[in-house]
Design a protein around this ligand. Structure first.
Ligand SMILES: Cc1cc2nc3c(=O)[nH]c(=O)nc-3n(C[C@H](O)[C@H](O)[C@H](O)COP(=O)(O)OP(=O)(O)OC[C@H]3O[C@@H](n4cnc5c(N)ncnc54)[C@H](O)[C@@H]3O)c2cc1C
Length: 588
């Protein structure tokens, strides 16, 4: 067993991981471990923008941004964290500009801003231009810029190393166990601080905008170390995935003026959200689209999709503001969006839930928010709960750079206060070795691919946009069966180099573990809130469910649920805007 030593180990090279690395590398020895080349992280696929109340195009304030985020989250977001994020946003964007991000510009040369779903002026009056962007390649340019900043600060990258376990000594996290994808070697990293920035888990669903690598490994590993996952029932479906493929068409397309139309060409969002129409939040639009289809007003032979109409935009607007998605529509569906509408349907997009953390990015493991020492998390894998029950577009990229930086700062403090090396157990890699040997030793059984497909289809059909008691009870039974089947999954490749077959099997086990928390959370939340829509409980029930779910699923499939209160700082503190932040019915 070879052991690598670093002060700090960050797992994940998306924007959350890299932003933390930039911060910590000023003071400590930082390693970033990624199963992909950093520039292939899903952050690079983000299209539409990153928001901040800069007020470059029209009047705007962090207070309005915070109001929209609290309301968008259907009041389940933690208000202390939301306040921090919205207040810090303008600084964070200017910092990204100074790091070198080539934002699109206004005529005066300021950072350009466009409207996005759920972002409004003056507490819901009308849509506001708050999303900063670089055409429709915002994530791509942010990722490249932060990668350069890491190189400049001599961050050590371990690419194509997949983390399969955490090392823990007497309850203190002190490193990770990795599998070198190129050689098949198992290594141990010993560090004072470990941060997980392993991204989302859209791949648990059949139709998704997420990259293949988004299998949520970090969530399952954290749970194996006693950290329950928070608010996993809240899974966001983005309204505009390319028909049948799920590839994303950014909300920026509607920000630029695109509209959704049903079979008769009606702009149906006028009926569901009369004020902001096609710029309503994603959960509402996805549900409205499902209802249109269900009531027979879908487009196409099978009446199963909706049209996204950009034909009234100018060619220049499409070519300069939406070049990427215009190419996607042409390549994948053969549709030229300047001439014909793009067929779209909702696609699984974003996980609001994840590894619970406090506002410094420290991982917490119970309803009292006790800290798991040595362990941090940020980004989509984490749940500091700025997005509550539903995330607003462009708030994720912001979350990554604000809370990535905060975690980085907190880690530096911890490392500086911690003298000497963290003790590492001799057999730290034993669990991983046993697990891989067990998988490789099977010669007969089902293929991993088939079990994964069945999992994805089941999650799509039973734990998707609309949920019912009946579907969720079936899902509870199905996931247990899938867990049993996975125990006998067989991998054909028994080799060491690039054995993706073996890693698929490991990822499948991870996927089953946290999918069970999504199902458990959804089953027990007998109300509709944000992205969690129960047809049998169609209204929000603040009396019983204004609380975060914590769910821990054990290796044998048994589960423990607990709950913790939502932070209501802005609604409770004594100030003039108090009433604005109190829970109300969510209308747009
Ligand atoms: C198509 C698309 C468009 C989007 N557009 C926007 C947008 O315009 N605005 C916005 O705000 N949000 C957008 N989002 C959401 C946002 O991009 C993501 O939430 C965000 O990028 C996640 O960043 P992250 O740093 O948490 O993780 P990621 O960028 O997903 O990176 C995860 C990292 O973890 C590594 N990793 C994972 N597991 C392991 C393991 N076991 N071992 C080692 N490494 C591991 C991966 O290699 C990768 O480097 C979009 C999402 C998608 C899918």
């Amino acid at each position: 067993m070879s052991v690598f030593n670093h002060d700090v180990v960050i797992v994940g090279a998306g924007l959350a991981g890299l932003r933390a690395a930039v911060e910590a590398a000023e003071y400590c020895d930082v390693a970033v471990i990624s199963k992909l080349h950093p520039l292939r992280s899903h952050s690079g696929a983000a299209q539409g923008g990153i928001c901040a109340a800069l007020g470059n195009e029209e009047e705007d304030y962090p207070l309005w941004h915070a109001f929209d985020t609290v309301k968008g989250a259907d009041y389940l977001g933690d208000q202390d964290a939301i306040e921090i994020m919205c207040n810090d946003a303008p600084r964070a964007i200017i910092e990204m500009e100074h790091f070198g991000v080539p934002f699109s510009r206004t005529k005066e040369g300021k950072i350009a801003q466009r409207p996005f779903g759920g972002h409004t002026r003056n507490f819901g009056e009308a849509a506001v231009r708050r999303a900063c962007y670089a055409a429709d390649r915002t994530g791509h340019v942010c990722l490249h810029t932060l990668y350069e900043q890491c190189i400049k600060r001599k961050v050590r990258f371990y690419n194509e190393y997949q983390v399969l376990d955490l090392c823990e000594t007497d309850g203190v996290v002190c490193g990770v166990v990795t599998y070198n994808i190129r050689t098949g070697d198992i290594n141990v990293f010993n560090s004072k601080a470990v941060m997980f920035a392993t991204g989302g888990f859209g791949r648990a669903y059949k139709t998704t905008s997420n990259a293949h690598a988004n299998t949520g490994d970090g969530l399952a590993i954290a749970m194996q170390h006693g950290v329950p996952l928070e608010d996993m029932e809240f899974v966001q479906f983005h309204p505009t995935g390319l028909y049948r493929l799920g590839i994303l068409v950014t909300e920026g397309a509607r920000g630029e003026g695109g509209v959704l139309r049903n079979q008769s060409g009606e702009r149906f969002m006028e009926r569901y959200a009369p004020t902001v129409k096609d710029l309503a939040p994603r959960d509402m639009i996805s549900r409205s689209m499902y209802l249109e289809v269900r009531e027979g007003r879908g487009v196409g032979k099978q009446k199963d999709y909706i049209n996204l109409d950009l034909t009234h935009l100018t060619l220049k607007q499409i070519e300069t503001k939406l070049p990427e998605i215009s190419t996607f529509a042409k390549i994948y569906l053969g549709v030229d969006p300047s001439k014909n509408p793009i067929p779209v349907q909702p696609t699984c997009h974003y996980a609001m839930g994840g590894i619970p953390t406090n506002i410094e990015g420290k991982v917490v493991y119970n309803e009292k928010n006790d800290v798991k020492v040595g362990f941090w998390a940020a980004g989509e894998a984490a749940c500091v709960s700025v997005h509550g029950a539903n995330r607003l577009g462009t708030n994720s990229l912001l979350d990554l750079i604000v809370f990535g930086r905060r975690a980085g700062k907190d880690i530096v403090k911890f490392v500086q206060e911690t003298k000497g090396k963290m003790p590492l157990q001799k057999d730290a890699d034993k669990k991983v070795r046993t697990k891989l040997d067990r998988i490789l030793s099977r010669t007969q059984g089902e293929s991993v691919g088939k079990i994964r497909e069945d999992l994805q289809q089941m999650m799509m059909d039973k734990v998707g946009v609309f949920r019912t008691e009946e579907l969720l009870s079936e899902a509870c039974r199905d996931i247990k069966k899938l867990r049993e089947r996975a125990k006998n999954a067989v991998v054909q490749d028994k080799g060491k180099e690039f054995n993706t077959d073996l890693l698929d099997a490991v990822e499948l086990e991870f996927m089953i573990d946290y999918s069970a928390t999504v199902i458990e959370g959804a089953y027990h939340r007998k109300e509709s809130r944000g992205a969690h829509a129960r047809e049998d409980y169609p209204t929000r029930n603040d009396g019983e469910y204004m609380k975060h779910t914590l769910c821990l699923v054990h290796e044998d499939g048994s589960s423990e649920l607990s709950f913790k209160p939502v932070n209501m700082k802005l609604a409770e503190q004594d100030w003039e805007h108090k009433d604005k932040f109190k829970p109300k019915e969510r209308k747009y």
